[in-house]
Design a protein around this ligand. Structure first.
Ligand SMILES: [Zn+2]
Length: 227
């Protein structure tokens, strides 16, 4: 194994945890479906597949946990990443997803330790086909937020509670978060995960993604340097 997990915390839960217990009651318990070793161009990661039934949504949520190195020597680097088939598989330049994932995995490999939680939340949770419809509307001049709203969706459907559950499952309660998204920061903090440092996760911008990045900065409050 390439990753050393810390002991799961055994301390008594405080009353602050009761809220999370209630929230988690809407989900079945987390299941470790499979564990394996994953050699990548960045390094050899340990990979665990997790599933959990989301009672509210009536569906099973899945996520991959990629781990590298010693995770309890210090608060580990963490990237919570949402699937983007168009960017990561097809090489789309409409967004920065692939660049962000590669940046995060590279940073973890450089440091020799860290975590990526990869969630199936395509298109900020609306799904691949709906994302393609939103792209069609963006071709006609709407921005990413307006397009989601025109299709009857919220700006962002992701809640990141599965990522919090995975971190708790493996006994990680302090992280250095690689993210530009204030919602992720808030979700982890609310879930009892201490963010000891927030590290920007910006890919080199490309001209096709500039409008998208500006919208994320201006309408979704993402911490981005794009002007
Ligand atoms: Zn993308």
């Amino acid at each position: 194994m390439n990753s050393k997990l810390p002991e799961r915390p055994k301390k008594k839960r405080s009353c602050g945890l009761r809220i999370r217990t209630v929230q988690r009651a809407r989900h079945s318990s987390l299941v470790r479906v499979a564990s394996t070793r994953l050699p990548t161009t960045f390094g050899v990661f340990d990979l665990i597949g997790f599933e959990r039934a989301n009672v509210d949504k009536g569906e099973t949520e899945s996520a991959l946990l990629l781990m590298l190195g010693d995770l309890h020597n210090r608060a580990p680097l963490l990237r919570i990443h949402s699937q983007c088939v168009t960017g990561e598989v097809l090489g789309s330049l409409r967004c920065d997803c692939r660049g962000q994932l590669e940046h995060a995995m590279s940073a973890i490999a450089d440091e020799g330790s860290g975590l990526v939680i990869y969630e199936y939340q395509e298109g900020r949770g609306i799904g691949l086909m709906a994302k393609l419809k939103a792209y069609g509307l963006q071709d006609k001049g709407l921005d990413t937020v307006e397009a989601n709203h025109a299709l009857g969706f919220d700006t962002d459907y992701r809640d990141f509670s599965l990522a919090v559950a995975i971190l708790r499952e493996i006994g990680i309660d302090r992280v250095r978060l690689m993210s530009n998204n204030p919602k992720k920061h808030e979700a982890l903090t609310m879930g009892g995960i201490e963010i000891v440092e927030r590290i920007a996760c910006e890919a080199a911008p490309n001209p096709d993604a500039l409008a998208y990045l500006r919208t994320k900065k201006e309408k979704m409050g993402h911490w981005l340097t794009v002007a």
